[in-house]
Design a protein around this ligand. Structure first.
Ligand code: IDP
Ligand code: MG
Length: 143
């Protein structure tokens, strides 16, 4: 089902896991043409969160963001589907939930610009590196 189809990395961040909305978020993906090719729960260390968000290390919110991402369990997933990267970003909505369109995951579930419920890769190259950060090839189901 997912061989040769575009893949992206999704994270249900610790705020959304704490709110008990994993199921609603997964249902949104499944109801909008995205399939789950891999999924697991993780509890990132500070260092693992810093590694994942290394591109943002110069940003003023880097310390706070990586504290938040290592504050509780998160769910990491590989989503696949036609235009999975763009489709996921559309379902997520704007980074700042105050600017996110109605019905988007961030409008529905984010607390603020930092604790914003979900992550999604933003381009093919970042999707590849972000997927590889969490999943060895053997854990991604293509069948
Ligand atoms: P994105 O998640 O929509 O791609 P990015 O700009 O890549 O947004 O930022 C990565 C993450 O860093 C955001 O999802 C959010 O958790 C956090 N973040 C972004 N901008 C801010 C900010 O201005 N203050 C605090 N946290 C921020
Ligand atoms: Mg980003």
């Amino acid at each position: 089902m997912c061989a040769m189809i575009e893949k992206t990395l999704s994270i249900i961040k610790p705020d959304a896991v704490a709110k008990g909305v994993i199921g609603q978020i997964v249902a949104t993906f499944e109801g909008n043409g995205l399939k789950i090719a891999a999924m697991k729960m993780v509890y990132l260390s500070k260092r693992e969160a810093e590694g994942f968000y290394a591109v943002h290390r110069e940003r003023p919110f880097f310390g706070s963001l990586t504290d938040f991402m290592s504050s509780g369990p998160a769910v990491v997933m590989v989503l696949c589907g036609e235009n999975a990267i763009a489709r996921n970003r559309e379902l997520m909505g704007a980074t700042n939930p105050a600017e996110a369109d109605d019905g988007t995951l961030r409008k529905r579930f984010a607390s603020n610009i930092e604790q914003n419920a979900v992550h999604g890769s933003d381009a093919p190259e970042t999707a590849r590196t972000e997927i590889a950060y969490f999943f060895p090839e053997l854990e991604i189901v293509n069948g």
